[in-house]
Each structure stands twice: as structure tokens, then as C-alpha cells.
Design a protein around this ligand. Sequence first.
Ligand SMILES: Cc1cc2nc3c(=O)[nH]c(=O)nc-3n(C[C@H](O)[C@H](O)[C@H](O)COP(=O)(O)OP(=O)(O)OC[C@H]3O[C@@H](n4cnc5c(N)ncnc54)[C@H](O)[C@@H]3O)c2cc1C
Length: 154
Amino acid sequence: MTNWDHTTDVLVVGTGGGAMTAALVAKQAGLNVLLIEKTEYYGGSTALSGGGLWIPNNYLLQRDGLDDSLEKARTYLKNTVGDRTPQALQEAYLENAPEMVKYLSSNSHVRFHRSVGYADYYPERPGGMADGRAIEGSPLTGANSVKISNNCVP
Ligand SMILES: Cc1cc2nc3c(=O)[nH]c(=O)nc-3n(C[C@H](O)[C@H](O)[C@H](O)COP(=O)(O)OP(=O)(O)OC[C@H]3O[C@@H](n4cnc5c(N)ncnc54)[C@H](O)[C@@H]3O)c2cc1C
């Protein structure tokens, strides 16, 4: 094909949390981004979800002086998930999930707060915690919302 409807540096398929985050990072890296969505609504399953994020060793937990670490979270996953998912995937999550929420809270309108008192599903297992790893997005007012035009992340 030589004739394209649109050309862009990065084409992001879908508008759920994964897609929106990828689009934001690409845009802030100075790339042109086009988000496409197959339904008439933005947001995918993410927009329907309960919005709870399980993020071990997150910055809110560190701020509030709760005791967590990469190693502790690794122990919990080992005793909870084991080898049911690839080790490399678990490691990628442990290392990048805390960075992801920090990035979003510094580079977007999204803010997070701790779901205080919301325990890990198995807090009694090695590495488990009774509080701290569950966070959620704080409500936005319309005044803070991001304008989206031409289906592109501004
Ligand atoms: C009721 C409910 C509650 C939930 N609560 C939680 C919770 O509290 N905590 C939690 O961690 N998880 C929760 N989940 C799961 C979580 O919402 C999903 O795992 C997560 O949102 C998936 O994000 P995603 O970005 O991968 O995909 P999605 O958010 O599903 O986004 C995918 C997007 O891609 C679009 N798309 C697909 N194919 C194409 C195509 N060919 N062209 C263009 N667009 C396309 C879809 O229409 C959609 O918009 C919940 C799920 C549901 C349904």
C-alpha cells in the first residue's frame, strides 16, 4: 500500500488503561500518537472496572511508612502464584508497576490514594500484607478532565 488514511509514529489499538498509558508515554516522548477504538466508547473494560490496583512497594505505601519491598512482594507472589505464570512476567510486574503509578501521578491528571485497610487476598502467607498494596484512582472533577480531540492524546 502506498496511500494511507493517516500516518503516525505510534498507533495504539484500543482505549483501555493499557492503551491510554502507552499512548501517554509515547506522546510525552515526543512521538505522534493515534489511538483507535473499535466501539463507540472510550475506556474498554478499564472504564467498567472497580478501579482497584494491586501495586506492591508503591510510593503511597512508602510515604506512609508501611513496610514493603521488592523482595517481600516477590516472596508473596512466589507463595501465591508460584509458577502458574512466567517468572519473567512476574518480575516485570514487580519492577514496573510501582514505577507506572508514580509516572501516571506525575505526568497526567490521574491521582491515586491508598485503599486503607484493604488486605492482600492472602495476607497470612509469607510476604503478604494486611494493608498498603491496594490503591485506587482518586475521583476527578470535570474541571480537571483532559480534552481529547481527533481521537489523539493531546
Ligand atoms: C466489572 C469489572 C470489574 C473489574 N475490577 C477490577 C479491579 O478492581 N481491579 C483490577 O485490577 N481489575 C479489574 N477488572 C479487570 C480489569 O478491568 C481489566 O483486566 C483491565 O481493565 C484490562 O485493561 P486493558 O487495557 O488490557 O484492556 P481494556 O480496558 O479491555 O481495553 C481494551 C480496549 O481495546 C479495544 N479493542 C479491542 N480490539 C480492538 C480492535 N481490533 N480495534 C480497536 N479497538 C479494539 C476494546 O474495545 C477496549 O476499549 C475488572 C473487570 C470488570 C469487567
